[in-house]
Design a protein around this ligand. Sequence first.
Ligand SMILES: Cc1cc2nc3c(=O)[nH]c(=O)nc-3n(C[C@H](O)[C@H](O)[C@H](O)COP(=O)(O)O)c2cc1C
Length: 192
Amino acid sequence: MPKVAIILGSTRPGRNGEAVARWVFEIANKRTDAEFELVDINDYDLPLLDEAVPPSMGQYSKPHTKRWAAKIASFDGFVFVTPEYNHSTSAALKNAIDFLFAEWNNKAAGFVSYGSAMGVRAVEHLRLIMAELMIADVRAQVMLSLATDFENYSVFKPSVGKENTVTMMLDQVIEWSDAMKSVRTHNVAVAT
Ligand SMILES: Cc1cc2nc3c(=O)[nH]c(=O)nc-3n(C[C@H](O)[C@H](O)[C@H](O)COP(=O)(O)O)c2cc1C
């Protein structure tokens, strides 16, 4: 069974992202076709990227990098839960992504976004980043509006039908997470 991380990509005190990520995790956790874990980047105490060697070289030197790398390496796929900050994702999520390379490669990802404009521009930026990391990003996407999926822009109350969009996105992430295992197996076979 594929292992999928639901990555909580905002670290702001009072963040809306926590309720969103927990909601996604609760929906996902009812499924029997994959295992899920909620991964909060706040728990990994990552400073701004402080590795001297580019992550694509795989020479991690810092304990926080090694711990983050071990966690991400353990998954076959990802669901990025992202806010939209200034028409992009959060700096915290971009930084956490930038720390690693091989641990992301040849896996699958889907997105859950929220914001005044439902976070769609944050996800468009993330899709460009996925290409560089060789992550296969699925089409189905969960988009949440601060105006209609939150009360007072702060209390998460997803509107009718949003849960279905999570299910559609997870269906695709699970299928592609499973499929990408064969790419990784093939690459290992070619290298040996
Ligand atoms: C620095 C900053 C920039 C923002 N820029 C945008 C934006 O460009 N577009 C948008 O739709 N919402 C924007 N927002 C609103 C956020 O998407 C909204 O506050 C969201 O709840 C932030 O996620 P968080 O609560 O998990 O930190 C911005 C919020 C912050 C704090």
